[in-house]
Design a protein around this ligand. Structure first.
Ligand code: HGY
Ligand code: MN
Ligand code: MN
Length: 421
C-alpha cells in the first residue's frame, strides 16, 4: 500500500486536475460542457496527456467517449472498467462526473507500473446529463448497444441531430457498434460525489451505493389564448402560464405528500413571453424520481391526470410527451460487499445508500455488475459552482480504490466472477 503522504499528494492533484478540466467550457466564467462541444476535445487531450506516461492507449469512440486501457499482466485477461462522465450541466461545479474519471487515472498512476491479473479500462462518458438533446446517458448507452437510430435522430434546439453532432466532431456514427463494452469486462466501478447532504450529516467521507433511483422526464405544453393584458378581463382569459402555475404547485404538493418522491419542473418557456400579452402557450419539463418504479410510474400518471383536470377547468388544452423512463437499478451485491470491505480498511465505516441522482452505472448495470463509491459533498451542493470535495475524502476514496483492486486480485469469489466475463 502506498504511504498516506503519497495518497494525499495524489488527492491534491486530483482536485487540481478537476478544476483544470472545469475550465474547459462553452461559457466564459462558468462551466458548461455539453455533448461533443469543442471544450470536450480539450478535456480529451488533457486526460490523454496524463495517461501517456503510463503507456496507456487512449481513443475516442464513435459516441465521443474517452476510452483508455491499462493492460493486464497477461493477454486475454478480464477487464474492470472505472469511469464517469465528462459532460456537465450549465453553470456546473468542478466535480460531478469529472471526479470519477480523474480518480480512475490516479489509481492507474498509483499502480506505479504494476500489472494486475485484469486490465483496467478508464472511460470518460461523452454525455450523461442530457443537457444538449434532453436525452441523458448518450455515452454509456453506446457501450451497451443502446444508442439506436431513434435516439441518434433526436435534435437539439438548433435542429442538429445527435448523429450530425457526432459527424461534426469528426467521428463516424457507423462505428458506434464498435463502442460496445469489451466482452471480458467483468465489472464497472464509478466514483462520484453524492450531490446531496446525507454523508455530510452523518460525518462520513464515503458511501456505497446499493441502488440508483429511477427517473421519468416529460414535456408538458399548456395552450390557451394569447390576448391583450390591458383589455382582457380576468374572467375571459385562457392564460397558459396561470394554468401551468396551478398545475406545478399541485405537482409539488403531491410530491411533498408522497414519501421519497421527487418532482421537479426545471425549465419553463412561455409564448409570446412578453410583459403585456397573456401567454398563449407554456411549455415545461417535468422530472419525477423514486427508488420504486411502481411509485414513480403511478405518480407520473397522477400528474398527467392533474394536468388534464387543470386544463379542462380553465378551458386550456394540454399535451405531454415522455422522453425518458429510466428504471431504478440495484448495484451488484458482490461488488458492494467488496467495496464495504475496502472502505473499512481505510478506517471509514461504510454507509449504504440509494442514489437520487442518475448515473452511468445504472446503464452499465444492464450489461455488467456495476457499483458506485460516493464521496461526501460539503454543503450538499451540486449542479452549481459551489460544488466541492474535501481533499481528505478524495484521499480516502483513492485508498479505498487501491484496496478494492488488491481484493479483486485475491478474492476467489471475484476471481470466479471475472472468469465468467
Ligand atoms: O440529474 C442527475 O440525476 C445526474 O446529475 N445526471
Ligand atoms: Mn449531474
Ligand atoms: Mn453525475
Amino acid at each position: 500500500m502506498r504511504t498516506t503522504k503519497e495518497i494525499t499528494t495524489r488527492a491534491e492533484e486530483v482536485v487540481a486536475r478537476c478544476h483544470k478540466l472545469a475550465g474547459f467550457s462553452e461559457d466564459k466564467g462558468s462551466t458548461r460542457r455539453t455533448f461533443l462541444s469543442a471544450p470536450m476535445r480539450d478535456c480529451h487531450r488533457e486526460i490523454a496527456e496524463w495517461l501517456r506516461p503510463l503507456g496507456v492507449e487512449v481513443s475516442i469512440d464513435a459516441a465521443g467517449n474517452l476510452r483508455a486501457v491499462y493492460a493486464a499482466s497477461g493477454a486475454g485477461s478480464p477487464q474492470l472498467m472505472i469511469g464517469s462522465h465528462l459532460d456537465t450541466v450549465p453553470n456546473a461545479g468542478a466535480f460531478d462526473g469529472i471526479l470519477g474519471v480523474v480518480i480512475a487515472v490516479a489509481l492507474l498512476e498509483l499502480l506505479n507500473g504494476q500489472r494486475l491479473p485484469f486490465g483496467i479500462e478508464v472511460v470518460g462518458f461523452s454525455e450523461e446529463e442530457g443537457v444538449r438533446f434532453g436525452t441523458p446517458f448518450i455515452g454509456s448507452l453506446a457501450l451497451i448497444g443502446g444508442l439506436n437510430a431513434e435516439i441518434l435522430g433526436r435534435r437539439d434546439q438548433q435542429g442538429i441531430s445527435i448523429r450530425q453532432a457526432i459527424e461534426d466532431f469528426q467521428l463516424n456514427p457507423a462505428e458506434i457498434p464498435e463502442a460496445v463494452l469489451n466482452a471480458e469486462t467483468f465489472g464497472y466501478l464509478e466514483f462520484h460525489i453524492e450531490q446531496g447532504p446525507v454523508l455530510e450529516k452523518l460525518g462520513r467521507s464515503l458511501g456505497v451505493v446499493e441502488a440508483i433511483a429511477g427517473q421519468s422526464r416529460l414535456e408538458f405544453i399548456f395552450a390557451g389564448r394569447a390576448n391583450h393584458a390591458g383589455t382582457t378581463p380576468m374572467h375571459l382569459r385562457h392564460d397558459a402560464i396561470a394554468g401551468a402555475a396551478e398545475w406545478i404547485t399541485a405537482v409539488e404538493r403531491q410530491a411533498q405528500e408522497t414519501p421519497g418522491l421527487l418532482a421537479t419542473v426545471g425549465a419553463i418557456n412561455a409564448e409570446p413571453g412578453v410583459v403585456n400579452v397573456i401567454a398563449g402557450e407554456a411549455r415545461m419539463t417535468l422530472e419525477v424520481r423514486h427508488a420504486s418504479d411502481e411509485v414513480r410510474n403511478s405518480a407520473v400518471e397522477k400528474m398527467i391526470d392533474l394536468a388534464q383536470q387543470t386544463a379542462k377547468r380553465r378551458c386550456l388544452a394540454v399535451s405531454h410527451s415522455s422522453f425518458l423512463s429510466q428504471r431504478a437499478v440495484a448495484m451488484d451485491r458482490l461488488l458492494v460487499k467488496a467495496i464495504e470491505e475496502a472502505m473499512r480498511k481505510t478506517g471509514c465505516e461504510p454507509h449504504r445508500m440509494v442514489s437520487g441522482a442518475g448515473h452511468d452505472a445504472m446503464i452499465l448495470a444492464e450489461k455488467v455488475p456495476a457499483a458506485m463509491i460516493f464521496l461526501r459533498t460539503p454543503g450538499g451542493r451540486s449542479h452549481d459552482p459551489a460544488e466541492s470535495v474535501e481533499i481528505a475524502d478524495v484521499a480516502k476514496a483513492i485508498e479505498c480504490g487501491l484496496h478494492l483492486l488488491d481484493q479483486l486480485c485475491s478474492s476467489s469469489a471475484l476471481q470466479k466472477r471475472m472468469c465468467r466475463a
